[in-house]
Design a protein around this ligand. Structure first.
Ligand SMILES: *[C@@H]1O[C@H](CO)[C@@H](O)[C@H](O)[C@H]1NC(C)=O
Ligand SMILES: *[C@@H]1O[C@H](CO)[C@@H](O)[C@H](O)[C@H]1NC(C)=O
Ligand SMILES: *[C@@H]1O[C@H](CO)[C@@H](O)[C@H](O)[C@H]1NC(C)=O
Ligand SMILES: *[C@@H]1O[C@H](CO)[C@@H](O)[C@H](O)[C@H]1NC(C)=O
Ligand SMILES: *[C@@H]1O[C@H](CO)[C@@H](O)[C@H](O)[C@H]1NC(C)=O
Length: 318
């Protein structure tokens, strides 16, 4: 004999649920969104992306509000490598694109691009992109070398973290925050991995493949890294943080520069750091004497880049 209690309860509960519960931002939705982003950038056609964008989309390049119809997205690119991370809690994504350029087309210029997208539910409970912020670096930007970016990235392991070894969101985010906190406080404790490599624009801290912690070769301690915007992905053990990083471009003093850092965190400790940073003026005001894209710098294994940034007190090692 059937008991009516359960079905009756369900009948009562389901309609009220439908009213109260809003749509969920899922990993599946976000993965579809980054696929659309990569498709749009490959084709140089924003249609795939605008289809999921809010009418009030805020699109920025290097922190400047930009018309998406005249943006870097309208330029077709042969994308050599793309890594995306997805954050259903913040309903946000981050994608790193590496374009080495070359080939037959003069339009096929090299780029390394970091893009953060944030989504909100609209009035009909459909998630739409409300913010797309892009840092599209090219020759003349901080340590730019797309070939190098591809070369070093391809040697790293960015596979998803096995479920049993995943860190919590809080732990992953804290590792990235600790790194930035360290720039303003010599005593901030950063969870360095036993092996840690940093890739900036194309320059690598461990070109000789010696392993060990090459992310901490001496950092400044007076730089306040501002305006942090996060994308956290537990499955990838990753956090992308968009920030204002002061002192990168010497022509503008301590003005915080558009900057993205992607951290890979394993067992609570920093394994890799990838940065994408633009200059206001090509060469970051260093007149070709310093970091942006310099051969001399690239061969400087143990590259102590950030230590050299904008600090007169730090001896330059070129
Ligand atoms: C657009 O986004 C940028 C970067 O996050 C922010 O500075 C700016 O205030 C936003 N503009 C609008 C109109 O929301
Ligand atoms: C250059 O163009 C030729 C002819 O259009 C094509 O066959 C070839 O694959 C192209 N090479 C590259 C590197 O794009
Ligand atoms: C860019 O990186 C590649 C790969 O590491 C390297 O061979 C090349 O010399 C670098 N270019 C410059 C200008 O440093
Ligand atoms: C860092 O720690 C040292 C040793 O405890 C202390 O002397 C110094 O004042 C601290 N510096 C800052 C900025 O907190
Ligand atoms: C770059 O050149 C300008 C003009 O000659 C000069 O004022 C500035 O100090 C130089 N910057 C560096 C970092 O050498």
């Amino acid at each position: 004999m059937k008991l009516p209690t359960k079905p009756l309860l369900l009948q009562v509960l389901i309609p009220s649920f439908a009213v109260v519960v809003s749509a969920e931002c899922t990993r599946g939705f976000l993965t579809g969104a980054t696929e659309r982003y990569i498709l749009a950038q490959s084709a140089g056609n924003i249609a795939a992306l605008t289809a999921i964008a809010s009418p009030s989309l805020n699109y920025t390049e290097s922190d400047v509000v930009t018309d998406i119809h005249k943006s870097v997205l309208t330029q077709p690119m042969k994308i050599d490598h793309g890594t995306s991370i997805h954050d259903p809690v913040n309903c946000a994504t981050f994608t790193e694109l590496i374009v080495t350029g070359g080939g037959n087309s003069t339009a096929n210029k090299p780029y390394v691009i970091g893009t953060r997208m944030a989504f909100s539910a609209d009035a009909s409970n459909t998630y739409k992109a409300t913010l797309i912020e892009t840092i599209a670096t090219k020759p003349g930007d901080w340590a730019f070398n797309a070939t190098g970016y591809l070369h070093w990235t391809s040697r790293e392991n960015w596979a998803p973290i096995p479920a049993s070894k995943r860190d919590s969101r809080a732990v992953i985010k804290a590792a990235g925050d600790a790194y930035f906190d360290r720039f303003a406080n010599v005593n901030a404790s950063v969870p360095w991995g036993d092996s840690c490599q940093r890739l900036e624009g194309g320059a690598y801290t461990d070109t000789r493949g010696q392993g060990g912690n090459t992310c901490n070769l001496g950092l400044p301690s007076t730089l306040v890294v501002t305006n942090r915007r996060y994308v956290v992905d537990e499955e990838m053990g990753a956090v992308a943080i968009f920030v204002g990083f002061p002192g990168l471009d010497r022509s503008v003093g301590e003005q915080p520069m558009p900057d993205s850092h992607l951290f890979r965190v394993e067992g609570g400790r920093i394994r890799y750091i990838h940065t994408v940073s633009t200059c206001v003026h090509a060469g970051c005001g260093m007149n070709g004497s310093g970091i942006p894209g310099q051969k001399r710098f690239m061969s400087d294994s143990g590259a102590n880049m950030k230590a050299r940034v904008g600090r007169r007190s730090v001896r330059l090692r070129y």
